[in-house]
Design a protein around this ligand. Structure first.
Ligand code: ZN
Length: 221
């Protein structure tokens, strides 16, 4: 034996952990082959060492696995939260856009899409391809060379929603301009006029013609 047992015994823990030099390892190996008592000590060392070592490795792995699981769970939660938030944002934006489109009024310009006709004594305006959301009308009485003339002006409003989304060439909506019982017979002319109705009833014949330039005559007695 090259080395005494006490040196080998000092080296055994290092040898077991494989942290000693190759030379020391060779010396220990050689000694163990020849020395029964050191061999027995080494075997004892292996069983007593390996258990806690394995145990601690397993624990470390379990901890790693647990932290990995926790990270995965965190990521999953974050992903769910992001998805839910996105859905909420999309729904809110859609709702806001819808509300805006339903509430934004648009004046309907005349484009051969409005007719006026009499039906059972009532005078009716029909809007084709759209649904009106509001109708304004004003009746003006004019004195012309001693004769009075009753002229009605009207205009339709729709919403951005009806105009952009719901409009359909097959649809139409009707508005009663004057009922038979409420003086429909006394109306002489009806115009579609998209200008300002304020003060129209107080204008002279000349002023009225000037003011209502661009109006479209749709009906006369
Ligand atoms: Zn020995």
């Amino acid at each position: 034996m090259k080395y005494p047992c006490n040196i080998i015994l000092d080296l055994l823990p290092l040898y077991h952990d494989r942290v000693c030099s190759q030379e020391s390892a060779d010396a220990v190996k050689e000694h163990l082959n020849e020395c029964k008592s050191c061999q027995a000590y080494y075997e004892n060392l292996q069983t007593s060492y390996s258990l806690p070592m394995e145990h601690s490795i397993r624990e470390e792995e379990m901890q790693k696995a647990a932290s990995l699981k926790a990270i995965k769970k965190k990521l999953f939660c974050r992903r769910i939260l992001t998805a839910v938030l996105s859905v909420v944002i999309v729904i809110s934006l859609t709702f806001a856009a819808l509300l805006y489109m339903k509430n934004t009024k648009i004046l309907i310009e005349y484009q051969d899409n409005i007719q006026v006709f009499q039906k059972d004594g009532d005078i009716i305006a029909r809007l084709s391809g759209n649904t009106y959301q509001q109708a304004n009308s004003i009746l003006v009485t004019l004195n012309k060379n001693g004769q009075t003339e009753n002229i009605m002006y009207f205009k339709f409003f729709t919403t951005l929603w009806e105009d952009k989304i719901a409009s359909d060439s097959k649809t139409f909506s009707e508005y009663v301009l004057a009922y038979k019982e409420k003086g429909a017979e006394e109306i002489d002319q009806i115009y579609y006029f998209t200008g300002d109705f304020n003060g129209l009833e107080n204008l002279s014949a000349e002023e009225l013609i000037k003011e209502t330039i661009g109006s479209v005559q749709l009906w006369s007695k």
